[in-house]
Design a protein around this ligand. Structure first.
Ligand SMILES: [Zn+2]
Length: 183
C-alpha cells in the first residue's frame, strides 16, 4: 500500500520540539532582536565614546549650574565670590560624596566652594556636621593666612542655600565624615 509501517504512538509536537532543541527558535528570536539597520550605519565605538563624553560634560555643567545657583555663587565656607564681569573665578561645585564612589550629580550632594576650600574639603581638612557647622581638622596648621582662611570658620555655619530642598543630604555628609575627613 506504500503507507509505511504504522506508528503505535503519534507525537504531533515532536518536530517542533526537535527544532527547539536544535536552537532553531532561538535563532529566529535572535534575528528579531538584531538592529535592522545595516552594520555600516551602526555607531562606531568612537562615536559612542564621544556621546558618553558629551553626556558627562552636559551632566557636569548642569550640576555646576544647579549647585552654584543654590549657593548664590558664593563659597559656602568663606563667601568668596570673585567675578570678572559676570564670570565667576575660582568657584567650584564640589561633590560631597565623590563621583567615583557613586556620589550622584545632584544639588543635595553638592557644595559651592572656592578652589582653596574645595581642595581642603577633598583632602579631609574641613568637615560639616549634620547641622551644617564647619569643623576643621586638628591637622590643619600654618600662620596668619591659615588662621584667616580656616580657623575663623571653625564652629560657624556654612552659607546655606535659600531653599531647604537644596541642602546637602545627611547621608552624603556621613559618607564624607567616614571616608574623607581626617580628625
Ligand atoms: Zn572659600
Amino acid at each position: 500500500m506504500g503507507r509505511g509501517p504504522q506508528r503505535t504512538h503519534y507525537y504531533p509536537n515532536m518536530p517542533f520540539w526537535r527544532l527547539k532543541s536544535d536552537g532553531f527558535w532561538q535563532l529566529i528570536n535572535t534575528e528579531n532582536c538584531i538592529n535592522l539597520e545595516k552594520p555600516s550605519k551602526e555607531p562606531t565605538s568612537k562615536q559612542l565614546d564621544f556621546d558618553l563624553t558629551e553626556f558627562n560634560r552636559q551632566r557636569d555643567l548642569k550640576f555646576r549650574q544647579l549647585v552654584l545657583r543654590a549657593y548664590n555663587y558664593q563659597c559656602a565656607i568663606c563667601g568668596f565670590d570673585l567675578r570678572h564681569d559676570s564670570i565667576a573665578i575660582g568657584l567650584e561645585a564640589a561633590h560631597v560624596k565623590w563621583k567615583q564612589h557613586g556620589g550622584p550629580c545632584i544639588v543635595n550632594n553638592g557644595l559651592a566652594l572656592c578652589s582653596l576650600h574645595h581642595s581642603a574639603f577633598d583632602m579631609g581638612s574641613i568637615e560639616l556636621d549634620s547641622s551644617f557647622k564647619i569643623k576643621i581638622s586638628s591637622g590643619v596648621n600654618g600662620h596668619q593666612m591659615v588662621e584667616k582662611l580656616f580657623w575663623v570658620f571653625e564652629g560657624k555655619n556654612i552659607l546655606l542655600p535659600r531653599v531647604k530642598e537644596d541642602y546637602v543630604h545627611d547621608r552624603f555628609i556621613e559618607w564624607h565624615l567616614q571616608e574623607v575627613f581626617r580628625q
